[in-house]
Ligand binder design. Sequence first.
Ligand SMILES: [Zn+2]
Length: 389
Amino acid sequence: MSVLIDRIGSLVTNDPELGRGPLGVIEDAALVLADGAVQWAGPRSATPEAAAGERFDAGGRALVPGFVDSHAHLVFAGDRAREFAARMAGEPYAAGGIRTTVAATRAATEAELDATTARLVAEARRSGTTTIECKSGYGLTVEDEARSLAVAARHTDEVTYLGAHVVAPEYADDPAGYVALVSGRMLDACAPHARWIDVFCERGAFDGDQARAILAAGKARGLVPRVHANQLGHGPGVQLAVELGAASADHATHVTGADVDALAAGDTVATLLPGAEFSTRAAYPDARRLLDAGVTVALAADCNPGTSYTTSMPFCIALAVREMGMTPDEALWSATAGGARALRRTDVGRLSPGARADAVLLDAPNHLHLAYRPGVPLAAAVWQGGERA
Ligand SMILES: [Zn+2]
């Protein structure tokens, strides 16, 4: 089963050996997909003779790699629209709002959680997301966290155990007891469903020592750390992420020079989540400072019902360009190849031979339109594993 995508006005491969600049852009291009993977990418004039069963005419429009959204909280019930409205009327955001969603999630059936997750994954795909990570974190009991991860695992391979989202309400007076639960019995129940372990390391959630203990326990069970770090204020999260070899430090909004140096020297990706700053009316992270220091930057949507209820990677690209000092090229790279780095994947985030056939046709002549035309549904067609999604 092969498809020739022909007459591509501008093809972003993210492979500098195939085209112009860091994005490896090829004008007047063609792409051959076969058996779920990219078989060939190059200028139309060089399209292989044997190419294609099926031919798709891109009509001169742009084709980019499917977006890799490396940070999402999709297993939940209820919404927090009223909290959002109150915040827009002047009330500040605090980590405790998560508990509202915890109560609703515990009360929901597994079928309801599954339906919400499926709906959001499909919504993300419609705007071009072909790889999405998904966290637990709204159950906060052994059974509810394991149930959330089992739901997530039906929709993605990138499943993250986030029992340490906030201290469960039952443990409000015994946070040490909750840390022991998350690192012990809850971890035992959750590890079989997950690839990653995450901690919300923030004032009001978990401090550096608690986060280190939980992440170390997860590592001992074969999970790879990622950290919610430095979202609401300065703290130990970013440097802890680097110290523990985390794949990603997520948010990285309030960072010191030492934090930036640590990221630049280590292998940990800084994953910026501008939907959160947008939805909490907070100051954006300084992507320019991180990029100029040599840090690998990813962009993700952070879809969650409290602080960033969007699945749109194009929206995040537009915010990153308008508000965070990224160029349109950098923002697209971070939303595709950067997300792949944050998930330690080499098979997604690019459109070069051997990559998974995940691609987005934009209703635009080139990828600059992603930031230039904010809020517009530009994804005209999406391929996931070679299939039209
Ligand atoms: Zn998050």
